[in-house]
Design a protein around this ligand. Structure first.
Ligand code: URA
Length: 270
């Protein structure tokens, strides 16, 4: 049998890209294959049970990944107890219930002005956001900046976050379980920001936050009521900027949505 030729560097790089290894994070290379031979960590001795503060979430630092329903319940409990955005950010930093946290470089919490009257919510951070720790800083973020700039907004007058705060490896679609685990956090996030207008960017954000199964072609440009828990606000789905980069002909419809957003903000201005 003729042996297969060794893969070329180009083929190996293509494989790494498909596997989600698409950015260099350190100056020095790390030999991950050598880690396989490293001795396994010694079995953990069970910790002495310490009394748990009443509001502490069940799934926190140092604990093994829980079953999804436990993680969802824990996220709900944790999110509910966060009195401020800073407390919410800290809770999310310490939350161990979502496996995405372990493959992401860092938490991507939010950007913009938390006092803003408008909040945009996308799906999940990509590679650039994972590196910088801020939402929408890559190519689609540049387009989002242009879109909001077209109606006189920018990151000092708008607030931006994602349903999922950790980058899924290789930018894969988050699983329904991952989305459900992260949902209580973004819901509490919206409640704490308390905007007048919520804009969901793209299908996953729209379906998750507005509880609809309809696709973005049907939902975009249509106003929904969104219950923050404290009050009902107006929510408008529009196209995700990444989709507009792939399908620029839909920018015309996105412009209609943006005008509708500007009108809603003007109507409610005090
Ligand atoms: N796409 C998103 O949905 N969110 C980001 O932060 C970047 C790209």
């Amino acid at each position: 049998m003729i042996p297969e030729p060794a893969p070329t560097v180009r083929e190996l790089l293509a494989f790494y890209l498909e596997a989600g290894v698409d950015c260099a994070l350190a100056e020095e290379p790390i030999d991950r294959l050598a880690e396989i031979d490293a001795p396994p960590p010694s079995p953990r001795t069970p910790p002495v049970e310490a009394p748990r503060p009443v509001a502490a979430p069940a799934v926190m630092r140092g604990e093994a990944a829980p079953a999804p329903d436990v993680a969802i319940a824990s996220a709900r409990e944790a999110a509910r107890t966060a009195p401020t955005l800073e407390a919410l950010r800290e809770l999310m930093q310490g939350f161990e219930g979502c496996a995405l946290k372990h493959t992401a470089t860092r938490l991507v919490f939010a950007d913009g002005n938390p006092q803003a009257r408008i909040m945009f919510v996308g799906e999940a951070p990509g590679r650039d956001e994972d590196i910088e720790g801020l939402p929408f800083v890559g190519r689609s973020g540049k387009l989002l900046d242009l879109m909001i700039g077209a109606i006189g907004l920018n990151r000092t007058t708008a607030y931006i976050a994602n349903v999922i705060p950790w980058r899924p490896p290789g930018n894969r679609t988050p699983t329904p379980q991952e989305t459900q685990i992260c949902l209580p956090f973004i819901q509490r996030h919206i409640e704490l920001v308390n905007p007048d207008v919520l804009v969901t960017l793209g299908n996953p954000s729209t379906q998750t936050l507005l509880g609809t199964r309809e696709g973005i072609m049907r939902t975009r440009g249509r106003w929904f009521d969104y219950d923050t828990g404290g009050r009902t606000i107006r929510a408008l789905p529009t196209f995700h900027p990444a989709y507009l980069l792939r399908s620029p002909s839909y920018k015309r419809l996105a412009w209609q949505d943006l005008r509708s957003i500007a009108k809603a903000l003007a109507e409610r201005a005090v």
